[in-house]
Design a protein around this ligand. Structure first.
Ligand code: ARG
Length: 459
């Protein structure tokens, strides 16, 4: 098969060399974007008088036919033709004759491929934003059912203070809100047109870059042709935003895995998101959560990979840059899949409210309440801390909890303790009383939930 750029060559490469250099096995994913970019380019060529209207309509007609075929999965691609751009052009000339060769006037694969990837990411980032939103909605629904579900809150994975389960879930809502913001803000940089930058230096043809930018729905154009064809920071930004998002998902995965263990028993994941063991009949493994935690690694890897590919590249295009695609496609797939799984897992999980609440009664996570109680009565907090610390030690030595100590024992430690400490020690009271803005008090959680719902509904 003759290469589309074969003019200056006397010898063709061996098949395995072609195979090594080709990107068609993965960049066929860009077929729709490649056609969309080509349609805009050819319309602009006619509008600027570079090709005739008749030529343009023949090419447009051919491209549309190919789009239909692509939609029906009727195109097959050749490694000999290297990538999606050359495969498509070859199909076009086959279909409409030599006039198909005019499509590439005033264009290079360098601005073409960059355009395709901007179009691709623009579409995918929109989908990811919607999927984040769906996961946020699942968090809201589950939180609404659990405002008054009390659980131990942890620091250092040690019981710290009792909290509302809804409050814990909603922490992830706000992380996701920032993730969503980061993706939306990156749109400004994704939505720029590199088309018309040519190979690197612009073109001698009287093209109009604003026409193609407009036709493709871009908000503006890259101001510098060298930058336009060699920049991949819009992909890096996507990979970085995806890494942060995956880090959040991975932390929630870890909590779901812990919470569904026999040791915690706080939640039970639905059968549809768990798997069994081939040997141990009793097992129900939180595979999906584990897999998302694991897949976080590949997204970080994709980010590091592209950063490393780009770091030493002189301007402008270098073939190294073909390595930008697989990590991007893989990240899109991984992030979208993880978000979908999470929305389902959250919607269907069973919350063991009783078990959570019971846990708050068999620990010392109410110790801060006692210290606050004393400092409310005028004892400096540091001193109160010391007094309660000693009471905890007494309990540890006697094998009981703070609620089990008789009042006499408390009054021996400090006469300011009165009968009402037993109410204060109740974990539900403890949560209720944390009514500072953004705190875990039931009222605050309800307020935060309303804010969250308004955010989600307004988008
Ligand atoms: N397949 C190439 C890539 O993905 C397209 C651009 C090729 N440009 C070139 N001058 N060889 O990067």
């Amino acid at each position: 098969m003759k290469k589309l750029w074969g003019g200056r060559f006397t010898k063709s490469a061996e098949e395995w060399v072609d195979e090594f250099g080709a990107s068609i096995s993965f960049d066929q994913e860009l077929i729709m974007e490649d056609i969309e970019g080509s349609l805009a380019h050819v319309s602009m060529l006619a509008k600027s008088g570079i090709i005739s209207d008749e030529e343009a309509s023949t090419i447009i007609d051919g491209l549309k036919q190919l789009r239909k075929k692509a939609e029906n999965d009727e195109l097959s691609y050749s490694v000999k033709l290297e990538d999606i751009h050359l495969n498509l052009e070859s199909y076009l000339t086959e279909l409409v004759g030599p006039v198909g060769g005019k499509l590439h006037t005033a264009r290079s694969r360098n601005d073409q491929v960059a355009t395709d990837m901007h179009l691709y990411l623009r579409k995918q980032v929109k989908v990811i934003i919607e999927l984040i939103q769906e996961m946020q909605e699942a968090l809201i629904d589950q939180a609404e059912m659990n405002i008054e579900t009390v659980m131990p809150g942890y620091t250092h994975l040690q019981r710290a203070q009792p909290i509302s389960f809804a409050h814990h879930l909603m922490a992830y809502f706000w992380m996701l809100e920032r993730d969503k913001e980061r993706f939306s803000e990156s749109m400004k940089r994704i939505n720029l047109s590199p088309l018309g930058a040519g190979a690197l230096a612009g073109t001698t043809f009287p093209i109009d870059r604003y026409v193609t930018a407009d036709l493709l729905g871009f908000e503006g154009i890259y101001e510098n042709s060298l930058d336009a064809v060699s920049d991949r920071d819009f992909i890096l930004e996507f990979l970085s935003n995806s890494s942060t998002l995956m880090m959040h998902l991975s932390r929630l995965s870890e909590e779901f895995i812990l919470w569904s263990s026999q040791e915690f028993k706080f939640i039970e994941l639905d059968d549809s998101f768990a798997t069994g063991s081939s040997i141990m009949p009793q097992k129900k493994n939180p595979d999906m959560a584990e897999l998302i935690r694991g897949k976080t690694g590949r997204v970080y890897g994709n980010l590091m990979g592209l950063l490393t590919v780009l770091k030493g590249l002189p301007l402008a295009y270098n073939k190294d840059m073909q390595e930008d695609k697989e990590g991007m496609f893989d990240t899109v797939k991984t992030v979208a899949g993880s978000l979908k799984i999470f929305a389902g897992m959250i919607q269907t999980m069973k919350v063991n409210k009783d078990h959570m609440e019971k846990a708050t009664k068999t620990d010392f996570s109410n110790a801060t309440e006692l210290a606050d109680y004393l400092s409310d009565k005028g004892i400096p907090f540091r001193e109160a801390h010391e007094i309660v610390g000693k009471l905890v030690l007494t309990c540890v030595q006697q094998g009981c909890y703070l609620g089990d100590l008789p009042l006499a024992e408390y009054q021996k430690a400090n006469p300011l303790f009165e009968e009402d400490i037993y109410v204060v020690l109740d974990p539900v009271t403890a949560v209720k009383r944390r009514n500072s803005a953004g705190g875990t008090g039931f009222k605050q959680v309800a307020i935060a939930l309303e804010k969250a719902k308004a955010l989600v509904n307004n988008k």
